[in-house]
Design a protein around this ligand. Structure first.
Ligand code: PMP
Length: 436
């Protein structure tokens, strides 16, 4: 039934043999297709949208209301603190974390950010030039190590400013115990940022409110991974954090009054949103959120969990396939599964799946280079070697990632082709190797 919610699930794409097949999108962790409800809302609102905030025309007033009400809808979606938290609209998760890193940066080089080995580069690189950064290690299953977090929090003895952690990995799909991480972080005087880019479309998120010792201080996510278009994301956090700084991006809309002698900045979130705001982005994101909430995030989670177990079970039957995501325990996870087929380069395998079956997956390091490098067991020496020889094909993985509209029929078609490739590696290699 969820399939009917999504635009473009019937599209046919060409294969290398000249035939065409219905596209199977198993690359939802990168970007999801939009929902009909989202595109309908964009079309329906298009005669009404207008520049907001200072306009007094009816359309401007309507657009302003929708833009501001969007913040409340988003707060409800993640149970943010109604009084203390603000929702800042950004371009995407990457911009949200860059903005937060700028806001939190102080001229005190003793402050530490604790990220983890499993972070997307968006939750690693923005911190590096502004703080001392350290990484919570992963355990033998590739999971976030709570023991190491506790050790590092003790080691830094009150110097950790923020623990910046993925809600779920975009490589292995592992969900991190964010509330336990929050409790530990708060006990040691640190705050927590959850990168919710992967979590938001798949399961409920509960920021819990500031009174709870397990509350999430900062949360970020992107609309384009949750069935709305590109170009809008959010940063949610306590207003007082943002009030302390001059804005990262300066211009109209962020100020109350300016003369050549003084600037009076607006209150957050407006202070953080200089320039003409992305009203249509808010319309799209809130339409997606309303649809997800009307289904129920628990219902979506439950459906996806069944499909995840089905997919993993089927994958274990593919000859030679190595899975990088399935711990020897009942892990808490999303439908993001990484694997490789020894003897076939990851890029080549992804290409074959596309050209032979119209199946979209992703290959490489998934913007989480240190994590994949660790999963692959690449030593610093090996990495240095590859660094010196950029012409060599770099190791990596193939990743499939599910959305709420995928089904077991698509998984069967994918597994059939993958098994066929695994059994005839040499044939496919010769056919497609020209470029990879
Ligand atoms: N964090 C995670 C966990 C992600 O999966 C992604 C996208 N792959 C990002 C951050 C960055 O998101 P965006 O490109 O929308 O900024």
């Amino acid at each position: 039934a969820f399939r009917n919610l999504i635009v473009g699930v019937q599209e046919k794409v060409p294969l290398s043999n000249g035939n065409s097949v219905t596209y199977i999108n198993l690359d939802n962790a990168a970007t999801t297709p939009p929902m009909h409800a989202v595109m309908d809302e964009i079309i329906n609102f298009s005669p009404w949208y207008s520049s907001i905030h200072r306009g007094t025309g009816y359309k401007s007033l309507l657009s302003s209301d929708i833009y501001e009400e969007g913040r409340d809808i988003i707060k409800k979606f993640v149970n943010a603190d109604e009084q203390k938290d603000v929702v800042i609209y950004t371009k995407n998760t990457t911009e949200s974390i860059n903005l937060l890193s700028y806001v939190l940066a102080e001229k005190d080089d003793k402050q530490v950010i604790l990220a983890s080995d499993m972070e997307h580069l968006a939750n690693d690189l923005p911190w590096r030039d502004k703080f001392a950064i350290d990484y919570v290690t992963i355990d033998k299953y590739g999971m976030f190590s709570l023991e190491d977090l506790e050790m590092k929090l003790k080691h830094y003895n009150g110097r950790v400013k923020t623990v910046a952690v993925a809600g779920a990995s975009n490589v292995t799909g592992y969900k991190n115990p964010i509330h336990q991480i929050a409790r530990l972080s708060h006990q040691h005087g640190a705050k927590i940022l959850v990168d919710g880019a992967q979590l938001a479309p798949h399961c409920p998120i509960d920021m819990k409110g500031h009174e709870s010792p397990e509350h999430i201080d900062y949360l970020v996510f992107s609309a384009h991974k949750m069935y709305a278009p590109f170009g809008i994301g959010v940063l949610i956090g306590p207003q007082e954090t943002f009030q302390k700084q001059e804005p990262f991006c300066k211009g109209g809309g962020a100020v109350e009054l300016v003369s050549h002698q003084f600037i009076e900045w607006s209150l957050s979130p407006h202070k953080e949103e200089a320039g003409t705001p992305n009203v249509m982005g808010v319309v799209a994101l809130t339409a997606a959120i309303k649809t997800l909430m009307s289904i129920g995030m628990n219902v979506i989670d439950q459906y996806e969990q069944e499909l995840i177990h089905y997919t993993i079970h089927k994958l274990t039957s593919v000859p030679d396939l190595k899975l990088y995501c399935c711990a020897a325990k009942n892990e808490d996870r999303l439908g993001i599964i990484s694997f490789d087929l020894p003897g076939l380069h990851h890029e080549l395998l992804a290409k074959i799946l596309s050209y032979e079956g119209g199946i979209a997956v992703r290959s490489g390091l998934f913007c989480a280079h240190p994590y994949v490098e660790k999963l692959l067991g690449l030593t610093p020496q090996k990495l240095a070697y590859y660094h010196q020889k950029p012409e060599l094909p770099f190791p990596g993985l193939v990743r499939l990632s599910l959305g709420l509209y995928n089904n077991s029929n698509e998984i069967d078609l994918f597994i059939d082709l993958l098994s066929e490739i695994a059994q005839n590696k040499q044939v496919y290699k010769e056919k497609y190797q020209t470029e990879c």
